[in-house]
Write a protein that binds this ligand. Sequence first.
Ligand SMILES: Cc1cc2nc3c(=O)[nH]c(=O)nc-3n(C[C@H](O)[C@H](O)[C@H](O)COP(=O)(O)OP(=O)(O)OC[C@H]3O[C@@H](n4cnc5c(N)ncnc54)[C@H](O)[C@@H]3O)c2cc1C
Ligand code: FES
Length: 348
Amino acid sequence: MPKVTFLNKQGRVAVDCHEGETLLQAGLRQGVPLPYGCGAGVCSTCVARARPGTVENAWADAPGAQNLKHDKGECLLCQSLVTDDCEILVPGKIDLAQTLADTPAHYRARLHDVAVVAPDVATFQLSLEGQADYTAGQYFLIRLEGMQGYRPYSMTDFQREAQTLNFVIKRIPNGRFSDEIFSNGVSEAKVDVFGPMGLATFDPSDPQESRDLVCLVGGSGIAGIMSVLDRAVSVNHFESHRLLMVFGVRRREDFFFLDELRRVKESAPDNVSIHLAVSEEGSEEVDALSDFPLHQGFVHEVAEGLGDGVFENRLAFLGGPPAMLTGSLALLLGAGVPVSDIRYDRFG
Ligand SMILES: Cc1cc2nc3c(=O)[nH]c(=O)nc-3n(C[C@H](O)[C@H](O)[C@H](O)COP(=O)(O)OP(=O)(O)OC[C@H]3O[C@@H](n4cnc5c(N)ncnc54)[C@H](O)[C@@H]3O)c2cc1C
Ligand code: FES
């Protein structure tokens, strides 16, 4: 089994790497605090350096690899495989003397119970061989048997010692994993998974996070935020803190998880304020869809219209497509919310 040594000016740490395991997975699994965002070749957060020729790039066309300086040995830790011992130079700000408190692991799992809940949106479950603890807002990397590469999906609820994980998936045109679920009707499959991962998390037992929340979400970007809300409700968080949420989709028929949101509202009706937004309909058709106020416009536009000072002192969770994230980030930063109080994963 190859030995990988991660090093920088602050120190060095050596770990084992299983066959077929990426350098990122090997390091995180053994507690090395490596930088990452998506774990799937998209975000470029995991750039490191290796001696040219010592690591194999598992996915040359990865969007996150487009600006790598190959002549300087740059590689994505999440797409790099090794067959021999090697040394990897990681960014100097990583403290290699630290060890992660919670480490992700590999699991075999069964994918099942696919259910379409809105046009091009389905829920599915994974039954793990084993059990996993995760923090609300985290995700797992999922690899379908016979398919190259892992896809990140966020859990939609919060559990401890979970044996069955719950997800929601948005159909991606020509997406290989989503085609298996939607076009080829895969209702049961063997998968490899790795996790939990992700830093856009919520832990109300931490006094720093005992705060009012604001959640701005679009489409399937609601996934990890449902986990955050589930966790909050489980500790009656909204009895003493407020929630302001805007959930946007294109058309009225695209909404899903409304029953789950109703349960969040019922947990503390006076403190929970949930708004729905549709971006593609004429405002004259936008009337009561459910118990929640329904607005016309993009999520950040609707949020902006909710009044001055509504984001003050709130911990923010964002989820959705890139344009929604950009608009919502601009809104929150403009309203004076510090960057350290805004949490999100970039889906693409
Ligand atoms: C942190 C995070 C959480 C997410 N959570 C959710 C969620 O809860 N629900 C949801 O609907 N979407 C979520 N997404 C988006 C979701 O991961 C993508 O929509 C999904 O990866 C698309 O997969 P696909 O096979 O359908 O599409 P494709 O276009 O076929 O594949 C795209 C992805 O597959 C992987 N991939 C493709 N080819 C290769 C290859 N040759 N080698 C290695 N890897 C490869 C990469 O991860 C790539 O981004 C999340 C994204 C991130 C970053
Ligand atoms: S973590 Fe490697 S590209 Fe996102």
